[in-house]
Ligand binder design. Structure first.
Ligand code: SF4
Length: 318
């Protein structure tokens, strides 16, 4: 049974997720429910269920939202089409899109306007990719793997490369290399965010020393799934779980050192029962493995600040 637990640092909540959660939290404190959110506010089942219990309603289409209602756009961002539909329905929007996702939207929009074809490296169908592609749907091709590059229509326009923010750093390098091999003049922006990069470096660091790595995060959380893949890529055994109840204690047999990390949408409270359970099983040493210090914070959305000003309150989360 394990005697040592390595804790990846950083792990868990990033600045964009904290901001989106704070927005919904503050609105649920300040206004009568329901408060609508377009898609899950962040990709974590526990966080979403908690908000649902307080009166948040998560929708996948604007048509589901009553005229004039309050709606929050989630951290993953939305396409201009969704923004327009919300405006037509007179919805009172607070946009909690992570500023680092907004940056990719702006890059794509400008590149298309400047005459480029946009190659968006990312996972087709992921909320963030759907939103970014929506900036220039006719000019954007989603490229998921190096193998996809051969199928890109060459066309006459130069190519501009952007990426989803939560991809595997290593896999993305390979895809970008395949793109620049075929289109040597392509302009490349690698948009993998600081939180994704740091969490992957930290999980790799613990995985190199652990016989087993557990990553906490939901199945629809791209960055959590990537963390488990990065850990497994070092040759160790790695599992992604939503919480303690999904851990099979048989995984610990014959393992001396366990590593633990969590995706960017995961509260640390979900890791505490796992740590306690490991202590009860005989872990005597808990070692944080720090690869980066994070100090980034994002300002609340301007709409929330205006709302607070109008109400003459500090509209802060509880
Ligand atoms: Fe923003 Fe990165 Fe967090 Fe996504 S993972 S919300 S891009 S900081």
């Amino acid at each position: 049974m394990p005697h040592t637990l390595l804790l990846a640092e950083p792990r868990g909540f990033c600045a964009g997720v904290v901001r989106a959660i704070d927005v919904l939290d503050a609105l649920l404190d300040a206004e009568e429910p329901p408060i609508y959110a377009f898609h899950e506010i962040v990709h974590n089942r526990h966080v979403v269920d908690g908000f649902r219990a307080r009166g948040a309603v998560f929708v996948d289409t604007i048509a589901e939202v009553p005229e004039g209602a309050r709606i929050v756009f989630s951290a993953h961002g939305v396409s201009p089409e969704v923004v327009a539909e919300a405006r037509e329905r007179n919805l009172r929007v607070i946009d909690a899109t992570c500023p680092l996702v907004t940056k990719v939207h702006l890059e794509s929009r400008k590149a298309a306007k400047d005459g480029f074809d946009v190659l968006l490296v990312g996972h087709e169908g992921h909320d963030e990719v759907v939103g970014t592609k929506g900036e220039a749907p006719d000019r954007t091709t989603v490229v998921d793997t190096p193998e996809d590059v051969a199928a890109v229509v060459a066309g006459d326009r130069p190519k501009f490369v952007v990426t989803q923010t939560t991809l595997s750093v290593g896999d993305t390098d390979a895809t970008i290399q395949a793109i620049t091999s075929r289109f040597p003049d392509a302009e490349v922006r690698n948009d993998i965010c600081y939180a994704t990069t740091n969490r992957q470096a930290a999980v790799r660091s613990i995985a190199e020393r652990a016989g087993l790595v557990i990553v906490v995060g939901s199945a629809n959380s791209s960055n959590s799934v990537r963390l488990a893949e990065v850990a497994a890529g070092t040759g160790t055994t790695a599992y992604r779980v939503d919480g303690l109840s999904e851990i099979d204690p048989a995984w610990y047999e014959g393992v001396d050192v366990v590593g633990l990390s969590a995706g960017a949408s995961v509260p640390d409270s979900l890791l505490e029962p796992i740590i306690e359970d490991l202590r009860a099983r005989g872990v005597t040493r808990v070692e944080p493995v720090i690869v980066a210090e994070e100090t980034i914070e994002f300002r609340p959305p301007s709409e929330l600040l205006e709302l607070a000003e109008a109400a003459g309150t500090e509209l802060t989360s509880s």
